[in-house]
Design a protein around this ligand. Structure first.
Ligand code: ADP
Length: 404
């Protein structure tokens, strides 16, 4: 065990994006057996006028400050200020470690890893695979390494959970030498799926052993087929664009569209990237918003069409993943839309009668944990918690490393 874990301490979990840093601080006690969240917050609007806000576990605001005047030199000074704030808030609780959500672990990282200089270089070499997110993940780790010498840092990957997928799920119908160079399906949201798989094991172990589709429906959305808690297939692939239409991302397209847009409309890689990541999905189809709540409240036909398109594709993917799993024993909804939107769950499930799924609409409206009607396959709402999963991995890794 890492000697640091013999005393209570704080663990910082970071999710660094291009214009925001989201964080949760956990208290770690009882030699790492007890991990409980203390507060969560974010620095948003980085690069324009950064704003810092923190809430405790019950949602009470602990701070809300404009950090616009500090927002001059990128993420580094803001991250240092964030840690200074945490230390002032928790003067008696030493910072034990930092756990990072890292979007891409490539073909090599199948598990969370303690960051060394070599690991950092490898993470940097994966930037071309996730150019919109990986640079921020790597630079947050570098800033902490430079500012807090010796602080253990643990990288947890969105891709790692999916490495158990078989060849047929991982491989595109492209020449083999491209797959060998890394053009393959990686999948994302792995920390969320891993958390759900663990929750199922703790709460309904007989279901956890079976064939389960998890629908992680948020701003970014994907679905995953789990068999005995392992990922068999997932809807996101090489990038986080594949699969269902999302808030602003297109989801799967005929690749011929890209050739057409390049040839006939003169679009280059940057223009395509912007179109597919920022202007498409619910926003692009509705022309109104990327926010599911706004669309559900709108009476404009374009809003309804966008919601219909989303629900149709989610249902179709549940059908496809059930085929990959050889049948279905349970369905789980999670993330912003999956956890909170009864109308979306209801519309998705209206396609799934053929799989033996019928919702108890009252339970669905209430947002109960179990929302299937009598005689239906079980359908659950399970809130995801990627931050907790990262904290768990960080503590486990500190324990293992020093036990070895
Ligand atoms: P991210 O992928 O950024 O982590 P979240 O999981 O937080 O996203 O999900 C954000 C999405 O959840 C938004 O589209 C938002 O509209 C949707 N959402 C949150 N609450 C509700 C609700 N009560 N009804 C419908 N959609 C909701």
């Amino acid at each position: 065990m890492d000697p640091r874990l013999s005393h209570d301490g704080a663990l910082l979990v970071l999710n660094s994006g291009s214009s925001s840093i989201k964080f949760t601080v956990f208290q770690v006690a009882d030699a790492g057996k007890d991990i409980s969240p203390l507060f969560s917050g974010q620095v948003t609007g980085i690069g324009t006028a950064a704003e810092f806000s923190v809430k405790d576990v019950s949602g009470v605001s602990l701070a809300r400050e404009s950090w616009a005047e500090r927002d001059t030199g990128g993420v580094a000074p803001l991250l240092r200020d964030l840690i200074a704030w945490i230390r002032t808030r928790l003067p008696d609780l030493p910072l034990l470690a930092a756990g990072h959500r890292v979007v891409h672990g490539g073909a090599g990282f199948h598990h969370p890893v303690r960051v060394t200089n070599r690991v950092l270089d490898e993470l940097e070499s994966l930037i071309p695979l996730a150019p919109l997110h990986q640079p921020q993940n790597v630079s947050a780790i570098r800033v902490l390494a430079e500012s807090f010498d010796g602080l253990p840092q643990i990288a947890c990957f969105d891709t790692a959970f999916h490495h158990s997928q078989p060849f047929v799920a991982k491989t595109y119908g492209l020449p083999r030498q491209l797959s060998e160079k890394g053009v393959q399906r990686y999948g994302f949201h792995g920390l969320s799926y891993e958390f759900i798989a663990q929750r199922l094991r703790e709460t309904v172990p007989e279901v956890a052993e079976g064939r389960v589709v998890v629908a992680h429906l948020g701003n970014g959305s994907s679905l995953c087929g789990l068999k005995d808690g392992r990922s068999i297939d997932t809807t996101m692939g090489f990038s986080a664009l594949e699969g269902v239409p999302m808030g602003t991302r297109s989801g799967s397209l005929d690749p011929g569209i890209l050739i057409y847009l390049m040839r006939e409309m003169g679009m280059d890689a940057d223009a395509l990237e912007h179109l597919l990541y920022q202007e498409s999905g619910l926003l692009g189809v509705s022309g109104i918003s990327n926010d599911m709540r706004v669309l559900l409240e709108s009476d404009r036909p374009e809003a309804k069409e966008a919601v219909d398109l989303f629900c149709y594709h989610v249902a179709k993917e549940i059908g496809g993943l059930s085929c990959a799993l050889g049948g279905l024993d349970a369905l789980v909804f999670t993330a912003g839309i999956g956890e909170h939107s009864a109308p979306v769950r209801s519309r998705v499930c209206s396609y799934l009668r053929f799989l033996g799924i019928t919702l108890d609409e009252d339970a669905n409206d209430r947002g109960d944990t179990a929302i299937a009607a009598d005689g239906s396959l079980p359908v659950y709402i399970i809130p995801t918690n990627e931050e907790f999963m990262i904290a768990r991995h960080a503590v486990d890794l500190m324990n293992l490393r020093n036990a070895a």
